[in-house]
Design a protein around this ligand. Structure first.
Ligand code: HEC
Length: 142
């Protein structure tokens, strides 16, 4: 049978892959740029606008627990926002406002739904968008 060796290779590849994610998900793994659960490396711009600095604070309070520090993602919770999928041409600013106000049905990833963010104002989300866009640009996502 030819299928057995193929299956063995497939399983070995799968083992390697899950082994890798398990390693990355270990809480005491050495911190990369941002932290042990992060999914992408994020470069912070040298300076942030005043609006983006406000947004950074709001982001840390209301989004970072799921989307990771500086939008780097969290293997256990939510995708990185510093990612090509969320560039302005694909997820415009309005999709951020909608996500915060109404939540998101899981569709791009396997993390499940994003619940609406309680008690957040449109102005706060606008500042978070400014922060995310400035960090995206520093990572060549525009
Ligand atoms: C409880 C966890 C959680 C929190 C808190 C959270 N998110 Fe999310 N968010 C998710 C998950 C999970 C997804 C991915 C859904 C999918 O599969 O596409 C997501 C997706 C998104 C998307 C993509 C929307 C789309 O149209 O596809 C945006 C934008 C977003 N989040 C912004 C935010 C912002 C801004 C905050 C803070 C104000 C925030 N999220 C807080 C879990 C969270």
């Amino acid at each position: 049978m030819r299928i057995a060796p193929l299956l063995a290779i497939g399983l070995a590849a799968l083992g390697g892959f899950t082994g890798y994610s398990a390693l990355r998900a270990t809480p005491d793994a050495p911190a990369e740029v941002a932290g042990p659960h992060t999914m992408v490396e994020v470069i912070l711009p040298a300076t942030l606008s005043a609006k983006a600095r406000l947004g950074q604070t709001a982001y840390e309070a209301k989004c970072a627990a799921c989307h990771g520090p500086n939008g780097a993602g969290n293997l256990n919770a939510a995708p990185p926002l510093i990612h090509k999928i969320y560039e302005p041409g694909h997820h415009g600013d309005e999709s951020f406002h909608r996500a915060a106000a109404d939540g998101v049905q899981a569709h791009h990833w396997r993390f499940g739904n994003m619940p609406p963010v309680a008690g957040i104002t449109r102005a706060e989300v606008a500042s978070i968008i400014a922060f995310i866009r400035e960090v995206q640009r520093a990572n060549a996502i525009f």
